[in-house]
Design a protein around this ligand. Structure first.
Ligand code: ADP
Ligand code: 5GP
Length: 201
């Protein structure tokens, strides 16, 4: 018990985190995905309780005051927070959970787990686009954001990219298949770490 694995994925909006997670999920079924709470409005096609728990600022603040969040941050003009319970339960029950968290949130988790038993249960992966030009094209092609939201995401992308060296792994999402295979390899290697394994004598 307590041998689960939490993988924190960070990277600019449009870098391809959801795309890679979706692919890896097909190859490694049974992986859990942390559903964040957010005050941003759902995009067309997004479902409450599946993509995010969409919430009001008032309810988000209540959750924050109750201590429901492992971390939370104000990103691109909205609150995003990770519910504590699913990640802790995954680790306690030897499961793998993927978390899409921005660089501020990842810093909070690193800091609050420092020196605790849970520190070894978390791996940090940065997903980067091949270039900021490609990022812009992908964000525009995705067609899910207003022009204002796209510009805000692009403006923040530079600062987010500066944080890549804080992570243990970097996956550059050039070709999606290749990048997803790299993420899969990171997960499989993390599962082989000695503290998570036993030798079947
Ligand atoms: P994120 O979850 O990081 O915000 P997405 O997974 O939504 O990013 O990807 C942003 C857009 O780029 C989507 O339209 C997606 O289909 C596309 N995309 C992702 N990876 C690639 C890739 N390697 N090549 C081309 N398009 C990609
Ligand atoms: P989007 O609105 O494009 O879904 O996400 C915008 C940004 O919020 C992304 O950088 C994503 O990593 C980040 N994000 C999503 N969920 C969380 C969360 O629970 N906590 C934090 N800190 N960031 C999150």
């Amino acid at each position: 018990m307590n041998n689960g694995l939490a993988i924190i994925l960070s990277g600019p909006s449009g870098a391809g985190k959801s795309t890679l997670v979706h692919k890896v999920n097909q190859w490694m079924p049974g992986i859990l995905f942390s559903i964040s709470c957010t005050t941003r409005a759902p995009r067309p096609g997004e479902q409450d309780g599946v993509d995010y728990h969409f919430t009001t600022i008032e309810d988000f603040e209540k959750g924050k005051d109750r201590g429901d969040f492992l971390e939370y941050a104000f990103v691109h003009g909205n609150y995003y927070g990770t519910p504590k319970a699913p990640m802790l339960s995954a680790i306690q029950n030897d499961q793998i959970i993927l978390l899409d968290i921005d660089v501020q949130g990842a810093r909070q988790i690193r800091e609050c787990l420092k020196g605790t038993d849970l520190e070894k249960s978390v791996e940090y992966v940065f997903v980067a686009p091949p270039s900021l030009e490609v990022l812009e094209k992908r964000l525009r092609n995705r067609g899910t954001e207003t022009e204002e939201a796209i510009l805000k995401r692009l403006k923040n992308a530079r600062g987010e990219m500066d944080a890549w060296q804080e992570y243990q792994y970097l996956v550059v999402n050039d070709d999606a298949e290749t990048a997803a295979r790299k993420l899969e390899a990171i997960l499989r290697a993390a599962l082989c770490k000695t503290h998570r394994s036993s030798w079947p004598q």
